[in-house]
Design a binder for this molecule. Structure first.
Ligand SMILES: NC(=O)c1ccc[n+]([C@@H]2O[C@H](COP(=O)([O-])OP(=O)(O)OC[C@H]3O[C@@H](n4cnc5c(N)ncnc54)[C@H](OP(=O)(O)O)[C@@H]3O)[C@@H](O)[C@H]2O)c1
Length: 252
């Protein structure tokens, strides 16, 4: 065998080895922590993460209702998002590649998102989380000015909650954790099927309704996707009129 052939053989073997190692690395399951994973949006995300071969831990309060994900092989981190120590303990108990927050404030606390994002983002940064996907709201912080004249200030507490969402977004952006923010609005009842026409957009004037099924589907598009890092998205579904069709307890 002459030198040229020998060199080509070595180079070919090296390329094969590199491909095998790279494939093994990308195929290995990711560790994902989901906050709100017992809820309507979060449970859909958890189900799709498990189906995709990821190892999922759900952060939930003691005594929380697990019925939406009871059939799934997930672990639980028991804690309350209002307790910084619980958040720190969850983040340090395991090495997570990805953290997803799909949480809904349940007692209208106007500082809820700010309170939990501070320890969440700092502990995610300290533990090397590679992506934090946070579900926020259209109108968060300065984005509210884009929707002036819609009368949102007449909805008791809404402006305060949107201000809180804006502060949480800013904490996340400044934290150094690679992040993706997905803002939702006008969510249809949980029974509404995916339309398949919803899309992520960086147009921060976009305002349409949406289904939880599509919110979960679009979240999955961003999981581990470098194209979503450092981005703040709205969800736009051209097939749905603004506001869900009837008052529903799922609505905010
Ligand atoms: N704009 C709209 O029309 C609209 C309507 C509804 C929802 N949304 C948005 O959709 C997203 C998810 O809502 P959803 O319908 O899935 O809400 P959901 O079904 O009410 O679920 C809320 C989740 O948040 C968790 N959570 C709340 N407080 C917590 C705390 N102190 N500690 C730990 N976990 C806590 C709950 O966990 P536990 O199991 O421990 O209770 C639950 O998993 C949110 O971004 C929400 O703002 C928007």
């Amino acid at each position: 065998m002459n030198f040229r052939r020998w060199w080509m053989l070595v180079a070919g073997l090296a390329a094969c080895l590199f491909t095998m190692v790279a494939t093994a690395a990308t195929a290995s399951p990711r560790e994902v922590l989901v906050l709100g994973g017992t809820g309507k949006v979060g449970a859909r995300i958890v189900r799709q993460l498990v189906a995709g071969g990821n190892r999922v831990t759900v952060f939930a309060r003691a005594g929380s209702d697990h019925h939406r994900i009871a059939d799934l092989p997930v672990q639980y981190a028991i804690g309350d998002l209002t307790q910084a120590a619980d958040i720190a303990a969850a983040l340090h108990a395991r090495t997570y590649n990805i953290v997803i927050s799909a949480v809904r404030v349940q007692d209208n606390d106007p500082h809820f998102f700010e309170r939990f994002m501070q320890p969440l983002a700092s502990n995610a940064h300290a533990t090397g989380v590679q992506q934090l996907i946070h579900h926020s709201a259209v109108g968060a912080g300065a984005n509210l000015a884009k929707f002036a004249g819609r009368g949102w200030e007449k909805n008791p507490g809404l402006v305060e909650r949107l201000k809180d969402q804006g502060i949480a977004e800013d904490i996340l952006r400044a934290s150094g954790v690679p992040y993706t923010i997905i803002r939702n609005a006008g969510i249809y009842p949980d029974s509404a099927p995916a339309t398949g026409t919803a899309e992520l957009t960086e147009d921060d004037t976009a305002l349409t309704s949406m289904t939880r099924a599509d919110v979960a589907r679009l979240t999955m598009q961003c999981v581990g996707n470098p194209a979503c890092l450092g981005k703040t998205f709205h969800i736009r579904d051209p097939s749905l009129p603004w506001r869900p069709p009837q008052p529903d307890q799922d609505r905010e």
